[in-house]
Structure formats: C-alpha cells, structure tokens
Ligand binder design. Sequence first.
Ligand SMILES: Cc1cc2nc3c(=O)[nH]c(=O)nc-3n(C[C@H](O)[C@H](O)[C@H](O)COP(=O)(O)OP(=O)(O)OC[C@H]3O[C@@H](n4cnc5c(N)ncnc54)[C@H](O)[C@@H]3O)c2cc1C
Length: 407
Amino acid sequence: MNNFTIIGAGQAGLQLGMGLLQAGHKVRVVTNRTAEEVATGKILSSQCMFDTALSYERDLGLNYWDESCPKVNGIGLTIDNPDPSALINWAARLDAPAQSVDQRVKMPRWMARFEELGGELVICDAGIEELETYAAESDLVLVASGKGEVGKLFERDAERSAFDRPMRALGLTYVNGMRQDDDYSKVGFNIAPGVGEYFSFPALTTTGPCDIMVFEGVPGGEMDCWGEVDSPEAHLQMSKDILARHFPLEAARCEQVELTDDNGILAGRFPPTIKKPVARLPSGALVMGIGDTVCLNDPITGQGSNNASKASRVYLDAIVARAGGEFDEDWMNATFESFWDIAQYIVQWTNSLLLPPPDHALAIYALANDDRETAERFANGFDDARAYFPWFMDAEAAQEWVASRSR
Ligand SMILES: Cc1cc2nc3c(=O)[nH]c(=O)nc-3n(C[C@H](O)[C@H](O)[C@H](O)COP(=O)(O)OP(=O)(O)OC[C@H]3O[C@@H](n4cnc5c(N)ncnc54)[C@H](O)[C@@H]3O)c2cc1C
C-alpha cells in the first residue's frame, strides 16, 4: 500500500483518488472548496464528456447520472452563408452518447463517495508550505489544481504550447426553455468565420435537465463583449444578442430561454498551455501535475474534462504497475509521456480550430453535407481525436479523402 496526496477535487483529482482507493492505497485529497461551496457556487465548465472518458468513470462505478442526465447523441456543424449553395449544415450520430453533468452536481457527490471509500478529504488552500509537508508525508504528491495559482509551480513547455495568449473570450450560459432538436440531441456547433463559435447541448444541472450555451469569441472581435455585462440578466440578454447578430439559425431556438439560476453564467479567458509534468519544491522534493494543471486546452472542442479522465486512467494504470517501486522523476516523466501519446492529438486538433479554418478543412465540412461517412467520422473524433489524423488534419490527406469520397 502506498500513500498519496492529491491537490484538487475536480475531475482529475477525484477520479484518480477514487481509483487509487479502490486499488488499495491510502489517499488524501486536499481542496480549497467544500462540497457545499461547490454545489452552491458558480458554474465552471460545460463539461461535455464522450464515451471513452465516461467509460473510465463507469469502470470505477462513478457513473451516477446515466439515467438522469440527458444524452447527447450527435454532433452538428453549421457555417451560415447568404448563398444557400455554400451553406454548411449537417449532423451525425455519435457511436455512443456523450453527457454533461454540471460539476456543481458531480463533484460534491464524488467528494462524498471519496470519503465513503475511506479517503481523507482536507479543506485547505494549499501553497508551497503545505506541499512541502505533504511531500514529506507521502510517496507521491499529485497537483490537480486546474487553473489554480499553485499550478504556477510547473514550468510552461514552450515547445508543446502553440499559443502564449488567450485565443478566445469565453462565455457560458445555462438555460431552460431552448427548443429541442427534432431528430436527436446533439452538440450543435456553429462557426461565424472571423468572429467566433457558438455551441449548445443538453446537460444536467442543479435544478434538473437544461441546455448549455457556449460562446467562443475571437479576442477583440464582436463576440469579445462580456466585459460590459454586470448582472445575470445582462448576461442572458448578451447571450441572446450574440445569437441574433451572428447565429440567426440558433436565435430562433432560444427565444424563450431563461437562466437555470443566477450562478449559471461564466465569462473569462486563458491561454491554452502545456506544462512540464514535474515541479521541484524548494526542499528539492518533486511533485507531479495532472489535468488542466499541466494540459490546459481552450474549450472549443470540449476536451478538458475528457483529458482529465484519460489522464487519471493513464496515471492510475502506471501507479498500479509500479507496485512496490519508487515514484521518481523518470517514472513521472514516462507516465506523462504515456498520457501525451493520447493528448498530443487532442491538443493539436483543438489548437487547429482556434485558427481560421484552412481550405482543406472547409472542403471536408462541405463534403459532410452530402456524405454521411465523412460526417460520422468527424463527429466521432470528439471521442478520440487520433481519428482526425491524417485525413482531416493534413492538407494532402484531406484532399485525397475528399477526392476519394467524390468519385
Ligand atoms: C468555459 C469552459 C467550458 C468547458 N467545456 C468543457 C466541455 O464541454 N468538455 C470538457 O471535457 N471540458 C470542458 N472544459 C474544461 C474542463 O472544465 C476542465 O478541463 C476540467 O474541469 C479540468 O479538471 P481538473 O480536475 O484538471 O481541474 P478543475 O476541475 O479545475 O479542478 C481543480 C480543483 O483544484 C482545486 N484547487 C485549486 N487550487 C487549489 C489549491 N491551491 N489548494 C487546494 N485545492 C485547489 C479546485 O477547487 C478544484 O477542486 C471547459 C472549460 C471552460 C472554462
């Protein structure tokens, strides 16, 4: 039996913590917000998760919301155009449903389950001093603090970080009253070239089923407009105004929407950043990062919680395989590289969507209007982004794909 301390009670920290408890280890999770504070606080994410990431939760028996959470059964893409022959508008089914459980619902339940399994939950805003104490007391300290300050300990990996500034101004709005899709539920992804993106999908929040509106505005552009919003009512109105101005096809679905609650809103921005996975404390002790702490993506592709789940699984397997051994720097780096084998494709694909779409991507989007296989292939890449390589990501391979499907 080993002894672990994890900083942070989010997707990465709690999922790994409960996996380690179930593998027979001793685990302490240190977090700076109580379950009550999380449950009654502001939303933090849109947290749509796809089947592979959900399967790792199921493996640990943490899938408490399979019945109550509305299913997301497909992905749709719309790029509006005044010329109807150039309109891109298609949808395709996912092979297995996705789901989004508000972290205000999920994390308090998981915190309770962590304690039921025998974990020690400590409420503390951990800084360097606390990390030193935990490092002295534990076989391994994992930092799963998301975008929290303590993550600054980890050095930015300049080679793996494509951007050094925020690429989108983000807005989130949780609503009731959205007109539902006639055919099947989906992440309805809309692009307004040069301005930004908007997508929405059904979810489960503190008050029951809802829909989540996600706004991704190009910085300095017309959707970078949340600074002037100073109340929940103004946030909702701004959400509707953006749709009316840039996504008229979606505006019609949202005429009746109301906020789920006054905390169902968020605005912010951050630079997508990959960090080195190991940090050294002043004493020389090492700590290891996981989740957003070391692999922070823009939410444009909805991959962060999925990544956190995938990382938890990779780290859990590596820890179990290390039974009796030391969690030294080489092991930490090798474990992160195993995660990076998966994550690099997710990061590359996500980053590519933050830049203006190249011609080969537009050609694939247009082809998917009439070609079911292309649409389904694209949709299911949200579950495993390795599927986009090379046919979507590489210009030459994309041209070949389009030519082969058009014959
Ligand atoms: C607008 C938006 C939309 C998103 N939509 C999606 C989506 O649709 N799908 C998806 O997969 N991902 C999405 N994400 C990303 C996703 O929310 C994150 O990637 C995910 O929550 C990361 O999990 P984590 O465990 O690494 O960090 P977090 O969930 O941020 O958890 C960090 C934990 O650490 C605690 N903490 C922080 N500092 C300290 C400290 N010093 N001491 C103790 N505790 C500390 C926090 O309280 C928290 O419990 C979105 C993000 C944003 C911003």
